[in-house]
Every structure is written in C-alpha cells, then in structure tokens.
Write a protein that binds this ligand. Structure first.
Ligand SMILES: NC(=O)c1ccc[n+]([C@@H]2O[C@H](COP(=O)([O-])OP(=O)(O)OC[C@H]3O[C@@H](n4cnc5c(N)ncnc54)[C@H](OP(=O)(O)O)[C@@H]3O)[C@@H](O)[C@H]2O)c1
Length: 553
C-alpha cells in the first residue's frame, strides 16, 4: 500500500477526539449525513473501506468460525460475525470478486458440521440461522458481480480471472451440499448455490437437481375480493406482493423452503401477483422455481422489470438478451408484465428500447417504472402501448395525484404503487413512538427510505397526528392503520394495485392485508385525512423532487 500523503493523513485533533469518543450509532449517522450532503465523497469512502479491508486481511485469513461446545454441539465463534461484517463491507465497496474467497472459507467450515438429531435444539437453530444468513450474503455477492457486468452495449462476459474465485466458491458449495445431503441434513445454502449456478452455468438449470425444493402443497387460490382490468383479457388482484425485500439480508433472511411455504400461503389466500426486478437479488429465480413447480402456475402473475441505471447503447440484440435473461430466471417463455426503467431522460434511446420490447413476442404486457408524466406522454406519443407505470404513492407521497392521475385516466394506464405502507411505518406500532433509529438492527432499508420521505413531507409530530387520525378511522371500520393507508391509495381510480412488500419467510401479514379490500373510505374519513395532509409539504414535494420517479434522478 502507498503511504498516505501527509496532508491526507492529517486530521484536526478535535476531530480525532470526536471519532474516538462518539458512540457507534452517532458515527454512523455522521458518515451517512456526510455522504448524503457530499455525494462526491462516496468514492473516497469506498476506497478507504477497501484499504481497511485489505490492510487487515491477514488478521482473519485463518479465522475459525465454528467450534465444538462443552456438550459437543457446534457453536459459532465471535469471528463469524466479524467475517460476515467484512464480507458485507466488501460487497458494498466494490470488492465483490474478493468476497467469494471469504465466503468459500465459511462454506468449507460449514461442510463438516454434523447436526444433533433434535431439530428443536435452540443452540443448533441459532447456528443454522447464522449459516442461512451466509446464503443471503452469497446471493448479494452475485448481485454485486452482475452489476459490474453492465457495459454500454449491454452485459459483458466474466473474465477468466473473475470466474476463478466464483468457480471455487461453487465447488465448495457443491461439496458442502453433498456432505450435508450424505448425512441426511437439509442443505441450507440453496439460494446461494442457485444464484451462482445461474451466473456461471445459466444453460444448466437442473445441474443441481437434487437440491430442488419441492413446492409445498397448497390449496387452490381464493379469488381476491377486488381485482382490476390490466388489459382487455386479464383481471388481476388489487394487492400485489413485492419482492424487493428479497434483495438484501438487511431485511432479514430466510431459507428457500421457508420462502416456498410463504409463497404457497400467499397464493392460496389470493395473493397471486408478485412484483420483482432484474436487480432484486434472487427474487426472479426463487419465484420462477416456485411457480414452475406449483400446480397453480397458470393462476400466478409475475411483474418483473428491466432497469437501465447505466449509460448504454440500445440495440435490438441487447434488449432481446435482457428479455431472454428474465425468461430464463423466471423459468418461463413469456413475461406477464415487463416494467421498463430508464435513468437518463436526456438520452431518448428509451423510446427505441420500448419499441424493441413491444416487438418482442415474449413480452405479453409492457409497463413503465418510475416514469414521470412528461416522459410517459412521450412514450405514448411514440406509439408504444403501455399498460402500467410503477410509482411511489402513499399518504406521505401523493405526487401521482397532481399530474399523473389525469394522464393515466386519459390513456387507460394503471398505476402499480409502492411505498404505500412506508415500509411498515404506517402502522399502529409507530403511534406515540420516537422517530426511528435508522441504524438499529431492526430498521429495514425500506424504513430508511420512507423515513426520509416523511421528513420531506412534514414533521414527525405531524406524522404522529396522521397515525392517530388513521387509527380512529380504522376503529370505525374495524380494520388497522395499514389497511386505511392502503385503502386511501386504492380509492384513486388510476390505481390498479398497491404493491405491499413482503419479507418472505421472515414476517407475514397476508390475512391482515386482505382487510384493505371490499370497502371504501367515506367523505368523513377523507375529510379527516385531508385535515392532516393539507398541513404537510405535499405540494412542495412535487417542486423539490419533481414528478414521480424524480427522487431517483
Ligand atoms: N420501483 C421502485 O423503485 C420500487 C421501490 C420500492 C419498492 N418497490 C416495490 O414495492 C414493494 C413494496 O416495498 P416497500 O419498500 O415500498 O415497502 P411497503 O410495501 O411500504 O412496506 C412493506 C412492509 O410493511 C409492513 N407491513 C405489511 N403489511 C402490514 C400490515 N398489514 N400491518 C403492518 N405492517 C405491514 C411489513 O413490515 P414487517 O416485515 O417489518 O412487518 C412490510 O415489510 C417492493 O417489494 C417492490 O416490489 C419498487
């Protein structure tokens, strides 16, 4: 490593005192605040993180992460948590090709573990949960690797040098699976194994067929109480289940069998429509596996996305390749709904991409994601037929009512809305609570995102007033605060469905969410809600953030 230049090594003594003394949560807030206000620091932050990881690597090269306890049971050592944190930092700072060797080290230590026969052993459960969280880190590493492959012409191949550590990890995973299956133990790193096979050997979908989880049996889907017309032929439930929450262990992590269980439960209850994206971790893969092995696959609906976040040269080949990848991951030859996100409005190639998508016979319906009204208009004017736009829409972010709703009505386009529950902040449990501690272990990325929205919308006190108002309306209708928040959005005719995010296998509210359907807010309810909203900064939000999707650009 090169020695730091004297100037960059120097930090004011007072500053050093703060760094040494500030509690960790405070330090996190300060770093986040600095990066938010000075995004240009991000590359330095990442570079320093890489330096730290490299400089301290030798301390952890032979870390023992499992040991035998007094009763001969396996337990995790403190090194396990350190390794996991280091891996997550590596994924975050661009060391995704270095992380696989640490993951491989963990997998190699998982392989010889022999579980006790009693499945209810709490210590053993804790060990299995820790191993399952490594599965999540493997999935996230693969997602980070995939992001590095975007080039202007589409997606590039992995180099031999990049493939080597991934291949080594794959072989360790296969050896670990064989060892566990050989001992009659349920292999718990299936999601990581699938994700890596999908990356390295996409043409061998059943390479690992012995690990394919059987679809849990489920009852035939109950029809949902409210549906909407997507196009002339298809009616869909008015609540979709969102799978962004599968994209990172930061929402909690569940094994594939647990997720499959929850899919079955949702589908039986009528939640047959799911929203996912090319960049939501292994959401497409795991949903594709579930649907293709279910007896009710024809009743299910997958809305996925093609998101262009990097500059690219649009060509028919690149667009078709993305559709092929979506089909492959979803194990289907037709996409029910493909929602297109384009980051750069000043580059009009999005119109070409949408035209290619419209021409692709594998795309049954075409939608947009985070487009503003002006650019939706351009898409419609270009002759492309779109049926949906996915945007943020909630009591806290009512921008869609200001311009987009009218446009949607004129062109028969339905909104699919996210953020409607503010990541779970629009719920009873937040009444009379202090503002969330953004870095507590229980805060999810959704809550971080929507807490920032609440601060743009108004104060935490006004939000509390809103929650109390919603509670009194909820009591009148014998439902919950979340139901009222969902209902408020569903009552706008431009809304096709609300997408409610689900931490599959981690938490579950499907039955509660059914209570959002089959009724409407009356004039008195609307008046009470409006009494709070009119004191918010909702109109200024349109100006400061721009129309829908503006917060991403
Ligand atoms: N296109 C985009 O840019 C974009 C952006 C964000 C999201 N999305 C899509 O929209 C989906 C929604 O995600 P989101 O992040 O916006 O989250 P959200 O739907 O606003 O909130 C989801 C959270 O709400 C809580 N919840 C659900 N039902 C509840 C109930 N009945 N009572 C109380 N709490 C309840 C759950 O929290 P607990 O699990 O803690 O209980 C759940 O994790 C995503 O999965 C994704 O598909 C798209």
């Amino acid at each position: 490593m090169t020695a730091p230049r004297a100037k960059t090594a120097h930090v004011n003594m007072m500053t050093d005192t703060i760094i040494a003394s500030m509690p960790l949560d405070g330090l996190r807030m300060v770093v986040r605040g600095m990066l938010a206000s000075q995004p240009s620091f991000t590359s330095t932050f990442e570079e320093r993180t890489r330096n730290y990881i490299s400089d301290t690597a030798s301390r952890y090269s032979n870390a023992v992460i499992f040991e035998q306890g007094a009763d001969n049971a396996v337990q995790v050592t403190p090194s396990f948590e350190i390794m996991r944190r280091r891996i997550r930092c590596m994924i975050g700072c661009g060391m995704c090709f270095q992380a696989p060797s640490l993951l491989q080290n963990i997998v190699d230590q998982v392989a010889p573990i022999t579980l006790k026969s009693e499945p209810s052993d709490t210590n053993q459960e804790a060990v299995l949960e820790n191993i399952a969280s490594v599965d999540g880190d493997i999935v996230q590493t693969i997602t980070a690797v995939q992001k590095t492959l975007f080039v202007e012409s589409g997606v590039r191949e992995l180099s031999a040098e990049e493939t080597a550590p991934l291949d080594a990890l794959l072989h360790s995973l296969l050896a670990c699976r064989d060892a566990w299956v050989g001992k009659g133990q349920t292999f718990v790193l299936e999601r990581g194994l699938d994700a890596i096979i999908d990356l390295l050997h996409p043409t061998l979908p059943d390479y690992h067929s012995s690990t394919i989880t059987k679809c849990p049996s489920s009852e035939s889907p109950h029809p949902m109480a409210e549906t909407f017309q997507l196009d002339s032929t298809l009616r869909l439930p008015r609540i979709f289940t969102g799978l962004w929450q599968l994209s990172s262990p930061a929402w909690g992590f569940a094994s594939r069998p647990k997720i499959m269980e929850q899919f079955s439960k949702y589908v039986s209850s009528g939640f047959t429509a799911f929203d996912m994206a090319d960049h939501y971790g292994d959401a497409e893969i795991i949903f594709g596996k579930y649907r293709s092995s279910s007896g009710y696959s024809d009743s299910m609906f997958a809305a996925t996305k093609y998101c262009v976040f990097h500059p690219m040269t649009v060509s028919s080949a690149a667009v078709r390749a993305n559709v092929s990848e979506r089909c492959h991951r979803l194990r289907t030859d037709k996409l029910d709904l493909l929602q297109f996100h384009w980051q750069f409005y000043d580059d009009p190639q999005y119109l070409d991409a949408l035209r290619y998508l419209q021409e692709d016979e594998r795309v049954k319906s075409l939608g947009l994601c985070n487009f503003d009204t002006e650019h939706m208009q351009r898409v419609v004017d270009s002759g492309v037929n779109i049926v949906t736009n996915q945007v943020q829409f909630s009591l806290i972010d009512s921008r869609p009512t200001m311009k987009m709703a009218k446009f949607c009505a004129q062109h028969n386009i339905k909104l699919l809305t996210y953020g409607t529950l503010c990541g779970g902040l629009l719920a009873e449990k937040w009444i009379d609570q202090d503002p969330p501690d953004l870095y507590s272990e229980t805060m999810t990325p959704s809550q971080r995102k929507y807490y920032a929205m609440i601060r743009s919308w108004g104060t935490w006190d006004l939000f509390q007033e809103l929650l109390r108002t919603l509670r009194s309306i909820a009591q009148k209708h014998c439902v919950t605060v979340s139901n009222v928040a969902t209902r408020w959005v569903l009552d706008f005719p431009c809304v096709g469905a609300v997408i409610v995010g689900a931490r599959m296998g981690v938490s579950e509210q499907s039955q509660e969410n059914l209570a959002s359907l089959g009724w409407s807010l009356d004039a008195e309810d609307q008046g009470m809600i409006e009494g709070v909203l009119e004191r918010s900064r909702r109109t200024e939000m349109l100006e400061s953030m721009g129309d829908c999707g503006g917060e991403y650009r």
